[in-house]
Structure formats: C-alpha cells, structure tokens
Design a protein around this ligand. Structure first.
Ligand code: FES
Length: 107
C-alpha cells in the first residue's frame, strides 16, 4: 500500500493508504478525508479535488497535462505554484509518503 498524508488548514494530518494506480482523490474519498469533494468523480471536469502538493514532492509527481493546467484556473481556493488536481495524480511506490495540503474550500 502507498501512504498519502493529507494536511488540513488547521495543521492536522490524516494519513491513509491506497493501492498502486489509485489517484490521490480516490485515496482521499475512500478513506473519508475531509475537504476533497471530487464532484465529477475523477473526470477532470470540476476542480473540486484541488490539493497543494508539499514542495518536497513537487518534482517527483508526474507533470500536469495542459488540460489539468486549464482546469486549475477554476479552483475555489487560490491557485498556487504547487496546485494540482488530486484526481490527476496516480500514486505508485515512488510516491509512498506523499504529502498534500487540502485547501480551505473547494468552491
Ligand atoms: S474530481 Fe473532478 S476534477 Fe478531479
């Protein structure tokens, strides 16, 4: 299993695990992580799975597609340099221990 740490705005961290190939969004939803709405269910249409990737991990996650880049312009919380869509980050062994921060709001 691959562990992902979700940091909330109050600083608390929820650590949960998923399988190789799961997306960060799926791991959050499957484990009841608060703040990941994922209205479109991972179809890259809603931007309500927005997360901020910890700077330590930014270079290790796969690059974003042009489509994801465009969708990130419509996030509820401000877009930052480390903004990504959780549904577009598929985890693998190399991402074991990944840390992301959940925005204050997805709307
Ligand atoms: S779940 Fe809708 S864009 Fe990620």
């Amino acid at each position: 299993m691959i562990q992902v740490h979700f940091r909330s705005q109050d600083g608390s961290v929820t650590s949960v695990a998923g399988a190789d190939g799961d997306s960060v969004m799926e791991i959050a939803r499957n484990n009841g992580v608060h703040g990941i709405v994922a209205e479109c269910g991972g179809s890259a249409m809603c931007a309500t799975c927005h997360v901020y990737v910890s700077p330590d991990w930014l270079e290790r996650i796969p690059p974003m597609s042009e489509f994801e880049d465009e969708l990130l312009e419509g996030t509820g919380a401000p877009r930052m340099e480390n903004s990504r869509l959780g549904c577009q980050i598929k985890v693998s062994d190399t991402l074991d221990g990944l840390e992301v921060t959940v925005p204050a709001s997805q709307y």
